[in-house]
Ligand binder design. Structure first.
Ligand SMILES: [Zn+2]
Length: 250
């Protein structure tokens, strides 16, 4: 299947109203191509009804170069986002193109999906912010969403948010030695960083389930977190599994 078709498929899965992950123009998706470009949802389009004409192709290095600037005005963002398109006939890319470029260049991801999942945001928009997600409560979230999520406090979407995400991706890599699978943006929503479209959907659905489960525990005295030693054990066992599989593949 062509990458753009697969990206449309992922967008529609994430925008399926029954999943309560995104409505109207909320959320966005991207996928890295082999030639230094990536596809990203165009501004003002909806995940649930996305078509291939709603995808814009942009140059990854050009977007990353913009992030070297100290600041960009709203008018400059408009002009620069039009200038990074590989084809001027494409629609204007999402303002979160900056965020996607970072996840694809420095977050170890080939596919990225960002949503405003209701259950996850019930926690990220609460007094507790991302705190309940900093420790795990069941093994499958460790398996699918990784040892720990990356977290950024609320930041103005677009250029400023991307700068905050860049700093957090660096801190995360320095701390854990691997990129995150799940990035939580407080008062905003989750970002899933995957090797494949399927992995992005899996991470998003597991984060949603994790959030719903957490919310339920607060009705019964609050979460009983797994000990760090158990989380580390699940995580290291995965590492071994992965290495073994790689050995088999070779
Ligand atoms: Zn958003």
């Amino acid at each position: 299947m062509a990458q753009t078709q697969e990206l449309v498929g992922l967008a529609r899965e994430l925008g399926n109203p029954a999943r309560e992950l995104a409505i109207l123009g909320e959320g966005n998706v991207s996928a890295r191509a082999e030639d230094g470009t990536f596809w990203v949802k165009a501004s003002g389009t909806s995940l649930g009804t996305l078509s291939e004409a709603d995808l814009s192709c942009v140059r990854l290095d050009a977007v990353l170069r913009l992030l070297e600037r100290d600041s960009l005005s709203e008018a400059e963002v408009e002009a620069e986002l039009a200038a990074v398109l590989t084809d001027p006939a494409h629609k204007k890319p999402s303002v979160e193109t900056f965020l996607h470029a970072l996840c694809l260049a420095h977050g170890g991801a080939r596919w990225v999906g960002h949503t405003h999942a209701v259950a996850v945001n019930q926690i990220l928009c609460s007094q507790l912010g991302a705190e309940p997600f900093r420790r795990h409560i069941f093994p499958d979230a460790v398996v699918v969403c990784g040892r720990a999520p990356a977290v950024v406090p609320y930041t103005d979407p677009g250029f400023a948010l991307a700068k905050a995400v860049r700093a957090e991706l660096k801190r995360y890599g320095d701390t854990y030695g691997v990129p995150p699978k799940l990035l939580l943006m407080e008062n905003h929503g989750p970002v899933a960083l995957g090797e494949s479209a399927r992995e992005v959907l899996n991470i998003t659905l597991m984060a949603d389930k994790w959030a719903r489960t957490l919310l339920g525990t607060y009705a019964l005295g609050g979460p009983r977190f797994l000990p760090e030693s158990e989380v580390a054990r699940i995580d290291s066992r995965l590492d071994e599994d992965y290495r073994r599989r790689r050995l088999v593949e070779r």
